[in-house]
Structures are given as structure tokens and as C-alpha cells.
Design a protein around this ligand. Structure first.
Ligand code: SF4
Ligand code: SF4
Length: 383
């Protein structure tokens, strides 16, 4: 049976895939070797891209400042590692039932791949494609200025999947940059990490060629974004603020690479610090360890600028199809005051309370106490 694009799209509907688009392999001819699908599958003729929506309601908890792990579970980890891949897998089986080979590609960070020497002369080992770039080439959607992928139905609320096949299929047209994203700058203003550069300056954009189309997006500071997304920005993380209340590291002015940011934040998550006052042998930041051990991932920022503010503006100007009775952003977004209230020196309120609970005599000889905290020497003084 000869497989056609129409058959694939019909099957996608039946499976419940939210959006699907197809690109011909020639559109990716300028891809670097490490990100080139032909390096992976030389017989590849078409790229099939799938998008599964992130339910809008999963952003509500973080926007309200009251609940975090729902977003990590439903919109990140399980959507990327379970719900969406199940559909990609089912589509691959359908394609292979029709006699074409289908390779499901799990999204990966291409820059982290490519280790090792080539085992096939001239071919890069460990190739990994950027699903957003592949998605643009297939006409699945457009890269927004914030570098988040935007689709005509759900705006930026999507996670992407990819299939390579040797079937020759009718391609969809590429969606030109600026069709959905009007460079309104809402993502820039609401990004709590100051990671998205101001709009309107050529030097702030990254351009690539896909087929004949020039597509571009903002050159996002991925160090700041990663620090914020992974909870090292205490303007947006009550958990960091609680366990490291005096850390005034200003992510918005920081200058670290994405790699450094990952190393730093993941070291904080997975390490334990023995003998913290009232939580012996606890994680460095209690909630990060807790959520990661339960859900396998942690997303703290909640994509406030690049997804929430963007979805809100796209919905308000009716630029996408999935619209709602109520706006996504209803009130001014919260931010934590990062300034410590007093000079901590060697003493801080949290430490004093912790030590006093452990043993009220421990701090007897300390000469300075944080303002506003009454020590509980009473036990000893009464004797
Ligand atoms: S908020 Fe969305 S539409 Fe506006 S500039 Fe950012 S990515 Fe584009
Ligand atoms: S994830 Fe957060 S820090 Fe990163 S670009 Fe989006 S809004 Fe900014």
C-alpha cells in the first residue's frame, strides 16, 4: 500500500494527535552534521512532526503562586516522556504497517551530543535533531521570538515529537516567521530571568535557512533561562527563598552558559546536606529534591514569559484557534522581594530558629541576634 500524507493525517485524527505536519528532507539540507537527519537515516525522505497540547489549566498553580508540581508532571515530564511518545509510537507502527520505515526521535539537546569518534567514516556519532527547527521545516508552526515553538491552534502550549521516514510524502508549507508571533515583546517583559533580549534589534536575533525560507528568533540567554527554570532565581522560587533566604544571586544580571547553569542547578537538586537543623540528611533545597524524586524533573519558572505571557497575548488578539472564556493572565503577576531585610553577617533568623530548636544553649555566647527574633533562652534562664 502506498502511504500518503492524507492517510497519515487521517490516522493522526483517529489517534488523538493534536497537530501534525510533514516536511520534505531537502528543506534540511543546510543542517549541521550533528543535527542532520540524513546522517542518522541516509534513506530519509520525509520528516513528520507532531505536537501535543499542554493543557492551559496546568499553568494555573504557578500563576497563582500556590502549586508547582502539576505543571512539572502533566506539562513537562509525563507529557514529554509518556503521553506524547505513546502517540508517536502508535504513528510509527501505522507507517510501518504500510511498508515504510519510521524512526521515532526523542527530543534531545544536540549541543550535548556528538561525543566519541565516528564509527562510520565521515559521519558524526550520536546525531540529535532540534525538534523546534525540524518542526519549522515541516510547517508545524513557527519559532516565536522567545524561542518557544508556536502553533496555529495552541500557540506556545505544545510539546513536539518527530518521526523520520523513507516514505515520499506531500509536504506542508513552511509558516514564515512573523505569521503568529508579531514581536509584541510580552515574553520579554514578563520573563523573570531577564533572559529574552529586547525586540527590534538585528543583533539580538538568530537566523537560519529552511528550504528557501529565512526564519529567525530572539537570541535567548539560555544561562539565565536555565537558572530560572531550574529554580536558582529567588524572585520566582519560594523554595529557594525558604532554604537559602540570604542568597541574593542576581540571575537577571548573570553571565553563565547554559551548561554551567545546568551543572549548578542539578547539583543543588540531587545533593543532600547532612544535619540541617530540623531536617537531617535533607536535600539542599528540600522541595527540589522532593519533586525530582517523585516526578523525575523540576520546572520552577512555569514559563511565565515565554509561554504564559505569549499564550495570553495570542489569545487576546485571537491569533490562535484554541480560545477560552476567561483570559489566562487575570491579574498582575507575583514576584518575590529578593532583598534580605537585614544584614545577616554570621547570623540569620533561620539559623537562629533552627539552632534554638536543636539546643537552646548553643547560641548562648553569640553577641548579636537578628532583629525581631526573640531567642528562647527562657528554659535556661528560669533555672
Ligand atoms: S510574546 Fe509571543 S508573540 Fe509576543 S514577541 Fe514573544 S513570542 Fe512573539
Ligand atoms: S522559561 Fe522562564 S526564564 Fe526561561 S525564557 Fe521562559 S519565562 Fe524566561
Amino acid at each position: 500500500m502506498k502511504l500518503t500524507s492524507a492517510m497519515i493525517k487521517e490516522k493522526a485524527k483517529e489517534l488523538g494527535i493534536d497537530r501534525i505536519a510533514i516536511g520534505s528532507i531537502d528543506r534540511y539540507k543546510d543542517a549541521p552534521p550533528l543535527m542532520n537527519p540524513l546522517n542518522y537515516f541516509p534513506e530519509c525522505k520525509s520528516i513528520i512532526m507532531l505536537a501535543q497540547r499542554i493543557p492551559r489549566g496546568t499553568y494555573r498553580g504557578i500563576l497563582s503562586g500556590t502549586h508547582w508540581h502539576n505543571y512539572t508532571f502533566y506539562s513537562y515530564n509525563r507529557l514529554n516522556t509518556l503521553f506524547r511518545p505513546k502517540l508517536t509510537y502508535a504513528m510509527c507502527c501505522f507507517i510501518e504497517d504500510c511498508g515504510a520505515e519510521a524512526i521515532p526521535h526523542y527530543p534531545a539537546v544536540a549541543e550535548r551530543m556528538g561525543d566519541g569518534d565516528p564509527v562510520v567514516p565521515g559521519r558524526m556519532p550520536n546525531v540529535a535533531m532540534s525538534v523546534r527547527i525540524m518542526g519549522m521545516g515541516a510547517g508545524l508552526g513557527e519559532m516565536g521570538y522567545s524561542k518557544v515553538f508556536i502553533t496555529p491552534e495552541f500557540g506556545p502550549r505544545v510539546r513536539l515529537g518527530m518521526i523520520m521516514t523513507d516514505a515520499v510524502l506531500e509536504p506542508d508549507p513552511i509558516i514564515p516567521t512573523g505569521t503568529l508571533c508579531n514581536h509584541c515583546g510580552s515574553c520579554v517583559r514578563e520573563c523573570p530571568g531577564n533572559a529574552i533580549p529586547p525586540v527590534g534589534k538585528l543583533q539580538n536575533t538568530v537566523h537560519i535557512k529552511l528550504g528557501e525560507e529565512d526564519v529567525y528568533w530572539g537570541d535567548v540567554d539560555m544561562g539565565r533561562c536555565t537558572l530560572t527554570h531550574h529554580g536558582l532565581n529567588n524572585r520566582i522560587s519560594p523554595f529557594l527563598k525558604k532554604d537559602m533566604p540570604n542568597l541574593e544571586y542576581d540571575v537577571c544580571e548573570s553571565n553563565v552558559t547554559e551548561e554551567e547553569a545546568y551543572r549548578l542547578t542539578h547539583a543543588l537538586v540531587n545533593k543532600r546536606w547532612g544535619g540541617v537543623y530540623d531536617r537531617p540528611d535533607d536535600f539542599m533545597i528540600h522541595y527540589y529534591g522532593y519533586i525530582t524524586s517523585h516526578v523525575g524533573y523540576f520546572a520552577i519558572c512555569g514559563a511565565r514569559g515565554c509561554i504564559c505571557a505569549c499564550a495570553d497575548t495570542l489569545e487576546r488578539r485571537k491569533a490562535i484557534k484554541n480560545l477560552f472564556v476567561n483570559p489566562l493572565i487575570k491579574r498582575k503577576l507575583w514576584l518575590i522581594d529578593v532583598k534580605t531585610k537585614e544584614k545577616t553577617g554570621a547570623i540569620n533568623l533561620w539559623r537562629e530558629q533552627g539552632l534554638d530548636r536543636k539546643d537552646p544553649t548553643l547560641r548562648q555566647n553569640e553577641y548579636r541576634h537578628a532583629a525581631g527574633y526573640k531567642h528562647n533562652y527562657a528554659v535556661k534562664e528560669e533555672k
